[in-house]
Design a protein. Structure first.
Length: 244
């Protein structure tokens, strides 16, 4: 069982052997584990197109802003896959205006679009957004100091829609590991690859040249006072001018 505790401390021991004087802590290693796990999950989602990393959320509240636009904020980070494939589905019941009431065959699915395409859709009688043919588009939004994905719903502006059900391919928050005894959410056959990539990432970070680090100091005066390299002929010419 590949838990954060087992893999994290194993990697930490390996780093200490190579960089014995470096101040590497478990939290840093856990952060790298999450980063590489997200990369593995993203690559697998593109190749397999399975629902392995899909999470569903029912009764997600929908609200209107002051301009009448219908939206909700995604409850979790989503994989940024092409054509909004990170969002598996968004559905609601056209008859009741929510996701949980009414017959299942009345569920209407939102189609992905973007801001510019949504504007164009209104000019096509066959694609025009309506309550029975709705669309959604995603934009970045800052809420409570965090960057979230806001989903705007197109075609349901004139009806009373209260909530939706959604399914999304979730990403992991690199800064948050709740329990060290939780299993790392990647397939077991990928754990060896994950550890190898974390070691490579850690070595890269530890071996960044000092010149590439920004310590905030102003080096302009130092640069100006450095002697300029001159050829022997140039130095001789300067000496002659000085003696005259």
């Amino acid at each position: 069982m590949a838990t954060y505790r087992y893999v994290g401390y194993d990697l930490l021991t390996s780093f200490k052997k190579v960089f014995d004087d470096a101040d590497i802590r478990l939290n840093q290693v856990l952060y790298w584990i999450q980063v590489i796990s997200n990369r593995i999950r993203y690559q697998q989602a593109q190749v397999t197109e399975s629902g392995l990393y899909t999470s569903t959320f029912s009764s997600v509240a929908v609200v209107k802003d002051t301009k009448g636009r219908v939206y909700f904020d995604l409850p979790n980070q989503v994989m940024d896959l092409p054509n909004e494939k990170g969002i598996e589905y968004i559905t609601y019941n056209e008859e009741t205006g929510c996701c949980c009431e009414g017959a299942s065959f009345m569920q209407v699915m939102f189609q992905p679009t973007n801001v510019m395409k949504a504007h164009r859709l209104y000019g096509d009688e066959y694609e025009r957004p309506t309550p029975s043919n709705p669309y959604f588009y995603r934009v970045g939004h800052k809420a409570d100091g965090k960057q979230v994905s806001r989903i705007y719903l197109v075609g349901v502006d004139c009806i009373d829609i209260t909530d939706v059900e959604i399914g999304i391919k979730c990403t992991l928050d690199p800064s948050n590991v709740c329990d060290l005894d939780d299993e790392i959410p990647v397939p077991n056959e990928q754990i060896e690859f994950l550890m190898k990539e974390v070691l490579a990432l850690g070595r890269f970070v530890m071996m960044i040249p000092e010149e590439m680090e920004n310590d905030g100091a102003d080096k302009a005066s130092e640069v100006q006072t450095r002697p300029i390299a001159q050829s022997p002929a140039a130095r001789q010419q300067v000496q002659q001018q000085t003696q005259q």
